[in-house]
Design a protein around this ligand. Structure first.
Ligand code: UT7
Length: 331
């Protein structure tokens, strides 16, 4: 059987750092509140005029370089984001010409914080069937243009940051290395616990001044409910993924969880009996970069020497939808 593996990684974070103290100048919050509840110290915000596909371009170029490849070597693009440049076409179509490419297929995956895990699973399936051999999987977000920086939106505004991460997925020459399995789940009965209405297609027209006045532009979240389900589903899907590969928690060299809230990941690690240092964390520096958080974390974990050839690495993510999932890899 063909196994797919990650052949190169890249990330891009906008230069502008926004600390908790900066946010406290905009609305009623504090560094202490944000750190204590989320672990976040600062995040990056893209400048005015920068598109999500621009961040993706930088991360993708780095991933290609890391894989020793050129853009022309790619045969497919999968773009995960919840903050696309525009409603349509998809961001893959905006990214493709920026990379100097044409003709190759592009698709967007709109699965929020689990977007990267869903995208990786899709790329894995394409490689396994032999349909594509060099797939760019990129997760990127520009949240900073869509947050409500007032007291009303502060619960959401403090947790998100901008950024991009990318990987190149292709066939593994060594069948023991690469993606071992993917596990994807969703429960749409929680759809309105964390959502962004923006427009309502059942209304004619689908967007009115009245809707804007009522705040349809801003994401709404019942944070406690997200937290409650996340701390159950993350350990659950990890156990499912390990069982499928006949692995135990102790066999895993590094868990790379989606960076939504440090406390969620601490709860999940404790539930599994995993020491905290095996649950990678960089949320302190970037906040929640949604579809970009896993590839950014992967890049940094590799830079820090936490992953070696043969290491067992587990990605896990949970977010709006609710959607969640895990990927098990032998590096
Ligand atoms: O990838 C999925 C993305 N989302 C998540 O993973 C979110 C998961 N949930 C969370 O991370 C947490 O629920 C939050 C960090 C969002 C909120 O923490 P919490 O401990 O659940 O706080 P809360 O919403 O229950 O609010 C507690 C208090 C409230 O005040 P009162 O009613 O007790 O007076 C809030 O109004 O904290 C207030 N509050 C804030 N205070 C200062 C809410 N946001 C803020 C803020 N700064 N930014």
């Amino acid at each position: 059987m063909i196994r797919s593996r990650i052949l190169g990684v890249g990330k891009y974070l906008p230069e502008k750092r926004v600390t908790n103290f900066d946010l406290a100048k905009m609305f009623n919050t504090s560094d202490e509140w944000i750190r204590k509840r989320t672990g976040i110290v600062e995040r990056r915000f893209a400048e005015e005029g920068v598109y999500c596909s621009d961040l993706a371009l930088e991360a993708s170029k780095e991933a290609l370089k890391n894989a020793g490849m050129k853009a022309e070597d790619l045969d497919f693009i999968i773009f995960a984001t919840l903050s696309p440049d525009h409603l349509f076409p998809g961001n893959g179509c905006y990214l493709q010409p920026k990379m100097g490419l044409s003709e190759i297929g592009c698709m967007d995956i709109r699965n929020q914080c689990s977007g990267f895990v869903y995208s990786l699973a899709t790329a894995d399936a394409f490689v396994k069937t032999g349909m594509y051999k060099r797939i760019l999987v990129v997760g990127a977000e520009v949240h900073s243009s869509g947050l409500n920086f007032t007291d009303e939106g502060r619960d959401v505004a403090v947790i998100f940051g901008d950024g991009a991460g990318a990987v190149i997925v292709g066939p593994s020459d060594d069948p023991s290395r690469g993606i071992l399995s993917n596990h994807l789940h969703a429960d749409g009965s929680f759809a309105d616990i964390l959502h962004l209405i923006m427009f309502d297609i059942s209304k004619k027209p689908c967007l009115t001044h009245e809707m804007l006045d009522q705040g349809c532009l801003w994401p709404k979240m019942k944070g406690k409910e997200v937290f409650r389900v996340a701390v159950t589903k993350i350990p659950e899907v990890i156990q499912e993924a390990l069982k499928a590969n006949d692995l135990k928690v102790e066999d895993v060299d590094l868990f790379i969880p989606h960076q939504a809230n440090l406390r969620i990941n601490q709860f999940a690690a404790a539930a599994l009996g995993v020491p905290e240092e095996k649950f990678y964390s960089n949320i302190q520096r970037y906040g929640n970069t949604t579809a970009a958080s896993l590839p950014i974390a992967l890049c940094e974990a590799l830079d820090e020497g936490l992953i070696k050839e043969g290491s067992i690495v587990v990605f896990v993510a949970f977010g709006a939808g609710f959607t969640w999932g895990a990927t098990v890899m032998r590096w």
